[in-house]
Design a protein around this ligand. Structure first.
Ligand SMILES: [Zn+2]
Length: 58
């Protein structure tokens, strides 16, 4: 599941939540509990340096 970034419009706290794809409508703020949160735009460009070498055998 993707990790979405939100920003609370009530207290201004920014946080991240792991939601299902497209399910980021009613996200409550972990600080004040307000649902006046806005999804922030996150960069999905490749930038992680993950070494995932498919080494067969073993
Ligand atoms: Zn808040």
């Amino acid at each position: 599941m993707p990790l979405y970034e939100f920003k609370c419009a009530s207290c201004g706290r920014d946080f991240s939540e792991i939601r299902k794809a497209g399910d980021y409508n009613s996200v409550a703020c972990p600080e004040c509990g307000s649902t006046e949160t806005q999804k922030r735009v996150s960069m999905f460009s490749g930038g992680k340096a993950t070494d995932c070498t498919p080494s067969g055998g073993g």
